[in-house]
Design a binder for this molecule. Structure first.
Ligand SMILES: Nc1nc2c(ncn2[C@@H]2O[C@H](COP(=O)(O)OP(=O)(O)OP(=O)(O)O)[C@@H](O)[C@H]2O)c(=O)[nH]1
Ligand SMILES: [Mg+2]
Length: 326
């Protein structure tokens, strides 16, 4: 993922200190004091300009990112805010260069180059401090975005969704390489977690654990829930919707079914619904499993894999592969 390579974004003081120190080292090399002052201002301005520009270019171009990552960026840090801050840093880089070359030129005909040097540094420092909050914001954004998991668009992808606490992570843990946290309280999972499962002939599929979603208007959903919806819309080939008929999750079954219907309307994809926690209570008409006892879990996975062969088969007229071939 392109986010992993974004280096730490320095604070305003770090940008200034580093550039002033470097320029001071260069200044020592000059014998003529006026030349030294001019050189100092040029060096400070150019080093700050380059540093700020490199901060901007270290972020990926968001328009070119796949829709899922664009949307996740928007949910987690706000694309608008990110673009505004990157724009502010570009502005500051240009300002610093203009100030630096203006003062350096002025020094050629000045009596007191030391005074001009101090004025130039003060003005440059003021510009850098003006974008101090933007630098802090970009570093926070960088720290959040670099934790986003890598989603492979070429792999068959099952997105596991449902109300909080129904056993989504428990299922993912049993059938994939991912090891999400499991707990008795809702919203244990707060982001997208990617796992894999090897299937025959060296192929593997991707299984995505998502945070729980509540049945409520989309604009009332919090950023945690919105990540799940984004995964369903942008990266799923198939959705496994888990119901908890025992209601031990803390939510009414009717609400869970309404959410399942909403998701079904939202995407033009197969939505396979399975009932978990059947060690406590099952429900007619749906595949049954218990991630606690393991009962029915592999059967649900097999059901999902059958869709994989259905959607990716080379000859569409070929009937779905039978149970015996798996
Ligand atoms: N009895 C029983 N409990 C289960 C079963 N599956 C999960 N649980 C319990 O249900 C609780 C929630 O499980 P999780 O796997 O964390 O549920 P989740 O859907 O990922 O929850 P969020 O991440 O909060 O949305 C935990 O206490 C699990 O031990 C099951 O089949 N039977
Ligand atoms: Mg979970």
């Amino acid at each position: 993922m392109e986010f992993e390579t974004i280096p730490t974004v320095p604070t305003a003081d770090e940008v200034l200190d580093r550039s002033l120190r470097r320029a001071a080292a260069k200044k020592k090399l000059k014998i003529n004091i006026d030349r030294a002052n001019e050189e100092f201002v040029r060096a400070v301005a150019s080093s700050i300009h380059d540093k700020l520009k490199s901060v901007v270019t270290s972020f990926p171009s968001f328009e070119r990112l796949p829709p899922f990552y664009q949307e996740m960026t928007d949910i987690l840090v706000s694309l608008d805010r990110l673009k505004r801050s990157l724009g502010a840093i570009t502005w500051a880089a240009d300002q610093v260069r203009v100030i630096g070359s203006g003062y350096a030129r002025g020094m050629r005909s000045a009596d007191d180059t030391g005074l001009l040097r101090r004025q130039a540094v003060a003005r440059i420092a003021s510009v850098v401090h003006q974008v101090g909050d933007d630098l802090l914001f970009l570093n926070d954004a960088r720290n959040i975005l670099r934790k986003l998991p890598h989603v492979n668009e070429d792999e068959f992808t099952v997105v596991v969704a449902g109300y909080p606490n129904v056993g989504k992570s428990s299922f993912i843990r049993l059938v994939s390489t991912a090891e999400p946290e499991i707990a008795v309280y809702p919203f244990t999972t707060k982001g997208i977690i990617v796992g894999h499962r090897d299937i025959r002939r060296g192929e593997r599929i991707q299984l995505i654990d998502t945070p729980g979603v509540l049945e409520r208007p989309a604009d009332e959903r919090n950023p945690i829930e919105r990540q799940a919806v984004s995964a369903i819309i942008n990266i799923a080939d198939i959705v496994l919707f888990i119901l908890d008929a025992s209601e031990h999750c803390g939510y009414a079954l009717d609400d869970q079914i309404r959410l399942q219907e909403e998701i079904q309307r939202l995407v033009d994809l197969p939505v396979v619904t399975a009932v978990n926690k059947v060690d406590i209570r099952g429900m007619e008409g749906y595949p049954a499993m218990s991630t606690l006892t393991g009962e029915g879990v592999e059967e649900v996975l097999d059901l999902l894999l059958r869709y994989r062969t259905d959607t990716r088969q080379v000859h569409p007229q070929e009937p779905p592969q039978s149970e015996t071939r798996r």
